[in-house]
Design a protein around this ligand. Sequence first.
Ligand code: FES
Length: 248
Amino acid sequence: MASVGDARLANTTPREAWWLQVLPVVLVLSAFGVYATLRAFEGAFFQWGPYLSPFYSPLIDVHHRYWPFSPALLILGGPLGFRVTCYYYRKAYYRAFFLDPPACAVPERPGRRYSGETKFPFILQNVHRYFLYLAAIFLAFLWHDAVRGFFFEDGIGVGVGSIVLLVNVTLLTLYLFSCHSLRHLVGGKLDCFSCTTFGRPRNGAWQGLSVLNERHMLFAWLSLFSVGFADFYVRLVSSGAIRDPRLL
Ligand code: FES
């Protein structure tokens, strides 16, 4: 017999068609998770000419002197931890995968009580700020890779891959700079900017980050697509499936 909670979950009106929001999140995150896992374990087709897949950057022990498996597995934890603990993604996958709750004003499944992130394992989400520091290091490597993507064997040039890597790192930068933890770090914890050292520049930086922060969800999705596509593109040219068109 269906419980009151089940009935309320099922009988939401079209205006409350919460599953329309949940379904794309489930599909996109699942597809990305499967693709990224397969690519991380593949350990091949991650480099071509000046291009390096973002899944493999920074490239460590590529000749397998100390690590016999895919080099991507050595670095996967950094970007993955940053995304998994991201405040926006937390909201998205709590709703999509745990239905906890499925959407605003829609009750949770019967028997579940939201307890926040005060207990294990979800209390570990609080390490997000440390993943932010780590992500900043990764971003520096990705900028290095993007610039290197313009240096071909026969000199400086522009290939489609150069643009793909550049767009990707730009979107990843916007994603990182719109991070809630970064905004808090710069000025969110202050009550008074004029009472603190470097108050004026911090206020300016905080305001700039706040503009980006309002679009954090957008940058989260765009950068997820771009990082997957950048890897896919490098795989295509590296495996010989396509040729990288040279634009300049
Ligand atoms: S809150 Fe999303 S990256 Fe920090």
